[in-house]
Write a protein that binds this ligand. Structure first.
Ligand code: DGI
Ligand code: FE
Ligand code: FE
Length: 186
């Protein structure tokens, strides 16, 4: 599948706003992949599909998580987390993406994971800093991503966790574990 075919495939699944976000993530991911030595073609494909499942009904996502024996813990936390593993699953089943590195980058684009690959990091950071993002703290992450992908990622994860905690929302343990892993790698 080429870029145009992939974009046409995800466009049907997304709102206009989310499709524009996806294009922003894709362009940013290709730049970051080039800058930090990841595979630009894989980065492009993972970015195009990263939010593929964003608008699936919660019930459908829940069923897939249970049926496909994805971590049951996901169901105890914010439903915003679900579209990432479900997206990886559906990108394979419905769109025929088979590359495990691309599927992992989709699967872990919201929570991260300890041992994140370079491609996982590129997609996580691209999702956070694409030009359509305007939340507090994004400029600092953009600046860090000019030179240091790990520092950008740590800052983005920290901002997300603080954002959740300020709203008295739970933080998925995998997100904490990823942050701890990144800091211990320094
Ligand atoms: O799908 P996007 O909006 O482009 O971005 P995303 O896939 O990174 O989703 C982020 C949302 O998920 C964000 O609003 C915060 C929310 N969220 C809820 N619980 C957690 C969480 N994000 C992380 N990383 N960890 C959590 O525990
Ligand atoms: Fe997402
Ligand atoms: Fe996204």
């Amino acid at each position: 599948m080429n870029r145009e075919e992939a974009l046409a495939c995800v466009k049907e699944q997304l709102t206009e706003h989310r499709y524009i976000h996806t294009i922003g993530v894709t362009d940013t991911a290709v730049i970051l992949a080039g800058r930090f030595g990841a595979d630009t073609k894989k980065a492009e494909m993972a970015a195009i599909f990263h939010d593929y499942a964003k608008f699936r009904p919660k019930e459908e996502m829940k069923q897939i998580i249970v049926r496909e024996k994805m971590p049951a813990e996901l169901l105890d936390y914010n439903a915003e987390l679900w579209h990432a593993p479900v997206g990886a699953y559906l990108a394979e089943k419905e769109a025929g993406i088979t590359d495990p590195e691309i599927l992992d980058a989709i699967r872990y684009h919201t929570s991260g994971r300890p041992g994140m690959t370079l491609l996982d990091k590129v997609i996580y950071v691209a999702d956070y800093i694409e030009p359509g993002r305007h939340f507090p703290g994004v400029e600092e992450v953009r600046r860090l991503a000019e030179t240091d992908l790990n520092e950008a990622l740590i800052q983005a994860m920290k901002n997300t966790m603080i954002f959740l905690m300020k709203k008295n929302q739970p933080v998925f343990p995998e997100t904490f574990a990823t942050y701890n892993w990144l800091v211990s790698q320094k």
